[in-house]
Design a protein around this ligand. Structure first.
Ligand code: ATP
Ligand code: MG
Length: 654
C-alpha cells in the first residue's frame, strides 16, 4: 500500500470546513506570540536563518560549555549544538531551584484512588539526586540502557530524570504492555536494568507490573538488576541479588549527585513508536537538540506562564508524555500534573473533577479521549465548572471537526483556544500547530508550522503540490529535536524516513495545504483508499461519518473491488442510546454522499462497540483492512489495546 501511494501520492480532498476561530483578544494580549504578524515575522526569520533562530532558543537554557557549531548536517545524520555540554535534568530541576522556584510545585500527582502528592522543585531535586546515586550504586554508567516499566507515579518521572542526570539512556515501556513487549524492547537495546513498581491502579484494578517483569526477564539476559517502587504494597516476589526495593536503596543513598555535563549529542532515550502502521521502531533522541526543541515548543504552543497548572493526560510511555509531561514543561519551570489512572474511574467525570480540584489552566489530551467523552455524555462535564482552563490541546490523530467543536464548546466553553498539534515520536517535539495567541484555528486543521520547521506537501519526486490538493507530508530542513537514528539499525532509519522523497524527511502522513497556508492531515499514506482512480484519505470520510448525530467514532478502509479498484468499508460506533439497524446503514451511506460526494459513499458499514486501537489510543486501520480484505489479521498486533475487539468484529463478520 505504502509504495503504491508513494508512486501516486496525490489525494483528492473532499472535506469542506469554513469555520474559523481567531484567538480571543484577551488571550492574544498576554501571549508570547500575540499576533499573526508577529508569528509571520518570527517564522520568516527562523527559516531565513534557522541556525541563528535555534541558537537563540538554546541560549534560554543553561549549558555547561558552549557549542562550537549549531548544526552539522550530513543528510540524514544531524548533530546539533556540536561540542556543547548540557544536562537535561539540570535544566528541568536544578536551574529552577537556583532561580527562586525551590518551593514551587514541580509535579502535582493524583493517584487513581484519590491521594494527592505535590513535589516542589527542591523536593524533586533531592529525589533525583538520590535516585541517580542508586543507579550509580548498581553500577549503571553513562551510556547504559535502562528500561522503565512503571505506572504514572512521580517516581516514573524521577526515574527518567535520574537517568538523564547521569547520562544513562532510558527506554520507557508502556506499563500496559505484556511481557513479550518487554522482552522485545529490552533485548533490542540490551538494557542492564529494569525500573518497575509492584502494581499500579487502573479502573479500580491492580496492574501487576513486577509480576510481568518477572515473566519477561528469563528471556532478557542483559538485565542485571530490577528496582521496584512500592506503590500499592501488594505482594511480589523479589529475586535475591537481582531485585531491590526502591525505598530501601533510597534510604541509604547519598544526597548529592552533581548533574553530569553531557555532550549535546549523547543519547538521552530510546522510545518505540505506537505501532499504528506496523512493527514499532526504536527511535533514539539525543540531549541538547531535544532539550531545546521541547523547551521552546512547550513555551510557545502552550503559551506557558509561571502561574500555569499544566496537565497533559498522556502516559509517559508515549512520546507525548516524555516531551510534554516531563521534559518540555519542567524545563519551563511550570507545574506539571500527573494522573495515575483511567478517565472514567470512579465515574466518567474524573478528568473534569481533576481540572476543578487543581485549577488546571492548560489541558492537553488525545482525540480518542475526546470521542469517548462525547460518547459518555455532556451531563458528566456539566457537574464541574472548568473555569480555570484557558487553553486546550490535542495530539495523536487527526481530530474530526465535530469532535473539535465539542471540545471547544463543551470543555472550553467557547473561551479557550485549541491547539491541534501534529508531530511524531520521530520529531521529538511539536511541528505543526497554531500558536494560540497568533493563529486563528480551523476545526480539524493543525494550522501552520512552528518557527524553525519547514514542512511541505509534495509529490513522489518532491515537487510541491498546488494548494488544496493532497500529497505527501515531508519536512525540508533538519530541526534540533529530530530523532537521530533507529537504535542499532541506522540503515532502517535512512530507508524508512530519508529515501522516498529526495532531500526530505518523509513523515508517512498524507496532507493538503489550503489557500491560507493551513495544513490538513488526511491520514496515513498506508491507509489511502483508491476508488475509481480517486485517492481518498481516511480522515475526511471518517469526519463526515462522525458529523452525523448518532455516530461516535468511525474508521474507514479500502478493500479490493473488481469494478472500482477499491471499495470503502466503514466501521462505525454509535453514540450511547442508539441501536444498529439496516435503515441507519442506508442513512449513513446517504449522509456521507450528501456531505462530501457520492465517490466517498461507503460500500458497506459495520457497526461495532469498539474499534481496534493501539495502546496509545489510535485507530489501527491496517487490522480492519486485513479483516475487510482477508477476513483475518495478518499484521503485527503487539501494541493492540484489546484483542477481544478483533474477535468480536470477526464474529459479526460471520
Ligand atoms: P507507528 O509509527 O509505529 O505506526 P505511530 O505513527 O502511531 O506508530 P506516534 O509517533 O505515536 O506513532 O504517532 C505519530 C503519528 O500520529 C503521526 O505520524 C500522525 O499520523 C499521527 N498524529 C499525531 N498528531 C496528529 C495530529 N494533531 N493530527 C493528525 N495526525 C496526528
Ligand atoms: Mg509513525
Amino acid at each position: 500500500m505504502a509504495s503504491e501511494t508513494i508512486s501516486n501520492p496525490n489525494l483528492d480532498s473532499t472535506l469542506r470546513e469554513d469555520r474559523i476561530f481567531p484567538p480571543p483578544a484577551e488571550f492574544a494580549a498576554k501571549a508570547h506570540v500575540g499576533s499573526l504578524t508577529a508569528y509571520e515575522e518570527l517564522y520568516r526569520r527562523s527559516i531565513d536563518d534557522p541556525e541563528a533562530f535555534w541558537a537563540e532558543a538554546a541560549q534560554e537554557l543553561e549549558w555547561f560549555a558552549p557549542w562550537t557549531r549549531v548544526l552539522e548536517w550530513n543528510q540524514p545524520w544531524a548533530k546539533w549544538f556540536v561540542g556543547g555540554k548540557i544536562n537535561l535534568c539540570h535544566n528541568c530541576v536544578d536551574r529552577h531551584v537556583q532561580n527562586g522556584k525551590r518551593d514551587k510545585t514541580a509535579i502535582l500527582w493524583e493517584g487513581e484512588p484519590g491521594e494527592v502528592r505535590r513535589l516542589s522543585f527542591a523536593e524533586l531535586h533531592v529525589e533525583v539526586q538520590k535516585f541517580a546515586n542508586v543507579l550509580k550504586g548498581l553500577g549503571i554508567q553513562k551510556g547504559d540502557r535502562v528500561a522503565v516499566y512503571m505506572g504514572m507515579t512521580p517516581e516514573l518521572a524521577i526515574a527518567i530524570l535520574a537517568c538523564a542526570r547521569i547520562g544513562a539512556v532510558h527506554s520507557v515501556i508502556f506499563g500496559g504492555f505484556a511481557a513479550h513487549a518487554i522482552v522485545d524492547r529490552v533485548n533490542d537495546s540490551q538494557c542492564v536494568a529494569v525500573l518497575t513498581q509492584d502494581t499500579s491502579y487502573r479502573r479500580g484494578n491492580e496492574v501487576k507490573l513486577k509480576a510481568t517483569v518477572d515473566e519477561a526477564l528469563p528471556q532478557c539476559p542483559s538485565v542485571k538488576n530490577v528496582v521496584v517502587y512500592q506503590r500499592s504494597g501488594s505482594a511480589v516476589t523479589m529475586q535475591e541479588g537481582r531485585d531491590y526495593w526502591w525505598h530501601e536503596l533510597m534510604a541509604t543513598a547519598a544526597a548529592e549527585c552533581p548533574a553530569e555535563p553531557l555532550d549535546s549529542e549523547d543519547p538521552l532515550y530510546i522510545l518505540y513508536t505506537s505501532g499504528t502502521t506496523g512493527k514499532p521502531k526504536g527511535l533514539v533522541h539525543t540531549t541538547g537538540g531535544y532539550a531545546v526543541g521541547t523547551y521552546l515548543t512547550s513555551k510557545l504552543v502552550f503559551d506557558l506562564k509561571d502561574d500555569d497548572v499544566y496537565w497533559c493526560s498522556a502516559d509517559i510511555g508515549w512520546v507525548t508524555g516524555h516531551s510534554y509531561v516531563v521534559y518540555g514543561i519542567l524545563q519551563n519551570g511550570v507545574t506539571t500534573v500527573m494522573y495515575e489512572g483511567a478517565p472514567n474511574h470512579p465515574g466518567p467525570d474524573r478528568f473534569w473533577k481533576i481540572i476543578d480540584d487543581h485549577k488546571v489552566t492548560v489541558f492537553y489530551t488525545a482525540p480518542t479521549a475526546i470521542r469517548a467523552f462525547i460518547k459518555w455524555g455532556n451531563e458528566h462535564v456539566a457537574k464541574h465548572s472548568l473555569d480555570s482552563l484557558r487553553l486546550l490541546g490535542t495530539v495523536g490523530e487527526p481530530i474530526n471537526p465535530e469532535a473539535w467543536m465539542w471540545y471547544r464548546e463543551v470543555i472550553g466553553k467557547g473561551r479557550c483556544p485549541i491547539v491541534d498539534t501534529w508531530w511524531q515520536t520521530e520529531t521529538g517535539a511539536i511541528m505543526i500547530s497554531p500558536l494560540p495567541g497568533a493563529i486563528a484555528a480551523k476545526p480539524g486543521s493543525a494550522t501552520r508550522p512552528l518557527p524553525g520547521i519547514l514542512p511541505e506537501v509534495v509529490t513522489r519526486t518532491g515537487e510541491p503540490v498546488p494548494a488544496g490538493q493532497g500529497g505527501l507530508l515531508v519536512v525540508r530542513k533538519p530541526w534540533p529535536s529530530m530523532a537521530r537514528t533507529i537504535w542499532g539499525d541506522p540503515e532502517r532509519y535512512e530507508k524508512t524516513y530519508w529515501s522516498d522523497i529526495p532531500g526530505s524527511y518523509f513523515t508517512g502522513d498524507g496532507a493538503r495545504i489550503d489557500q491560507d497556508g493551513y495544513f490538513w492531515l488526511m491520514g496515513r499514506v498506508d491507509d489511502v483508499i483508491n476508488v475509481s482512480g480517486h485517492r481518498l484519505g481516511t480522515m475526511e470520510i471518517e469526519s463526515a461519518l462522525v458529523a452525523h448525530a448518532r455516530v461516535a467514532e468511525a474508521a474507514v478502509v479500502g478493500r479490493p473491488d473488481e469494478m472500482k479498484g477499491q471499495a470503502i468499508s466503514a466501521f462505525v460506533t454509535l453514540e450511547s442510546g442508539n441501536e444498529p439497524s439496516p435503515e441507519l446503514k442506508d442513512e449513513l451511506r446517504a449522509w456521507v454522499a450528501k456531505e462530501i460526494g457520492a465517490l466517498a459513499r461507503p460500500d458497506d458499514i459495520r457497526f461495532t462497540d469498539q474499534l481496534p486501537k493501539t495502546r496509545s489510543g489510535k485507530i489501527m486501520r491496517r487490522l480492519l483492512r486485513d479483516l475487510a480484505t482477508h477476513g483475518e489479521i495478518k499484521g503485527d498486533t503487539t501494541t493492540l489495546e484489546d484483542f477481544s475487539v478483533i474477535a468480536k468484529l470477526r464474529e459479526q463478520d460471520e
